[in-house]
Design a binder for this molecule. Structure first.
Ligand code: B12
Length: 216
């Protein structure tokens, strides 16, 4: 049987080669070998995605490549989903997290992973999807009274909209009733501090441990 390192390396390669069939195949193999699906995502698929992003940045790859890489990643995640679901059912409800990709931004893969890991960790996650209007975050905060409102931003041009979440929650008079969490590739702890967000999560695992530290 292939080693764990080998399987994880092939998961990364499936993304950089835009191969959805191999991505699904490697995911099956990883599950059969008992590899932690979270590790497969973070050390394999995500690393491949980052490489594709860097090459896009350098003008070596183009938009169709990013799309194909995203499709390959989704094919791999699809295979892992049932195992993630199985883990979920064994946990209890630790609180409500409302999450979405910020207005103007359609990147959803990272947000989906964060949502899925929070859910496995025992939180009730309400996923608003992508390109979510600021007013929807605020409406859902009023309606569901979550402990956390989390937003994902993958672009420097859309992360500025996270300021609006802070402001509109204040205007609605509910900012002190919940905690805000921000994340996404261009988002940093310094950005979170600057806009007054309570929690910054660098990765899905980081998000889970910080939400737990804040609430549990
Ligand atoms: C895949 C991809 C796409 C796919 C998205 C498919 C999908 N369904 O999501 C497609 C092809 C559709 C796409 C489109 C575009 N993209 Co694009 N895309 C990417 C790429 C290559 C990877 C993103 C990704 O999925 N990474 C994998 C995931 C797992 O990582 P992640 O998102 O960072 O998430 C992790 C952490 O950040 C964190 N996290 C994420 N969200 C959250 C939220 C919270 C609350 C927390 C705590 C943590 C957290 O946890 C996650 C897991 O560990 C990035 C490159 C990059 N370096 O990010 C460019 C990138 C983000 N895209 C970019 C651009 C420019 C675009 C387009 C504008 C291109 C165009 N000309 O049309 C459009 C966007 C249109 C729009 N309005 O949104 C730029 C943004 C530049 C900028 N301004 O900052 C990037 C950086 C590429 C580049 N180097 O230039 N893209």
């Amino acid at each position: 049987m292939a080693s764990k390192e080998d399987i994880i390396a092939r998961a990364k390669e499936a993304i950089t080669e835009f191969d959805d069939e191999i991505a699904a195949e490697v995911a099956e193999e990883a599950l059969a070998a008992g590899i932690d699906p979270v590790e497969l995502i973070e050390k394999g698929f995500t690393v491949g995605m980052k490489e594709v992003g860097e090459k896009f940045d350098q003008g070596i790859l183009f938009l169709p490549h990013m799309l194909a890489a995203a499709e390959a990643m989704n094919a791999g995640l699809e295979v892992i989903k049932p195992e993630m679901e199985r883990r979920k059912s064994q946990t209890k409800n630790l609180g409500i997290v409302v999450i979405g990709t910020i207005e103007g931004d359609i990147h959803s893969i990272g947000k989906d992973i964060v949502a899925s890991l929070l859910s496995i960790a025992g939180f009730k996650v309400v996923d608003l999807g992508r390109d979510v209007p600021i007013k929807t975050f605020v409406e859902k905060a009023k309606e569901l009274k979550p402990q956390i409102i989390a937003s994902s931003a993958l672009m420097t041009t859309t992360m500025v909209n996270q300021i609006q979440i802070e402001e509109q929650l204040k205007e609605a008079g509910i900012r002190d009733k919940l905690k805000t969490m921000v994340g996404g590739a261009p988002v940093t702890q310094a950005w979170a501090d600057k806009i007054g967000a309570d929690i910054y999560g660098e990765s899905a695992n980081d998000a889970v441990s910080k939400v737990k530290a804040a609430l549990v």
